[in-house]
Design a protein around this ligand. Sequence first.
Ligand code: G3P
Length: 224
Amino acid sequence: MFELYLDTADAKHVARFNACLPIKGVTTNPSIIAKSGIGLNQLLVELDSILGKKACFHVQVTSVTVDEMVAEARKIDELPYNMVVKIPATEIGLAAIKQIKTENITVLATAIYSAQQGFLAALCGADYLAPYVNRIDAIGADGVGVVADLQCLLNQHHLNSKLLPASFKNVQQVMDVLKLGVAAITLPYDIAVQLFAHPSVQPAVDQFSLDWQTAFGNKRSFES
Ligand code: G3P
């Protein structure tokens, strides 16, 4: 089952899209939480009240050594929610992932900028891989191409990691990775808004209303 996440620490944004979409959960990173002005514990209370107990919350460690990452991962995992621990896929991060995956902790390898980097994280047992599509594009490389290569490597080597691409700045990037068959995606709020935006939709709906009212006034379909 495809997993749709929102990449935000804004509870109002989560509430808006949870009302109309099957939101699996919320992904965050230290920058997103820092900008939100509230800490993780308050954020999780707010998100839990909107999304309920089935939701998954992806939270990144802020530690910088292997031992500290492992210890922080355990603490995040112990929180009373369905947690996924995000670890940057650096050399140190991969060492932490290797250790953490000997315990029953769900891990997302983040800050992935190349297919080979994601492949190594998958070999270390990461449950999710987050390639940064727009950030890769922004440095002159091919974000969608990295996702495609990584999906190919996962398939070829029968690795179970799920691709959860992140970092989008336009709808085309989103559509391109969805067409690759990724297992999950996380969308920033403004891109989620744009997925609904088509200038022809509302005029079409308005015309239906006008035609109906002209013929039947305030009657509903079943009353006509
Ligand atoms: O968590 C990774 C993702 O949020 C990065 O997105 O928009 O900062 O490139 P962005």
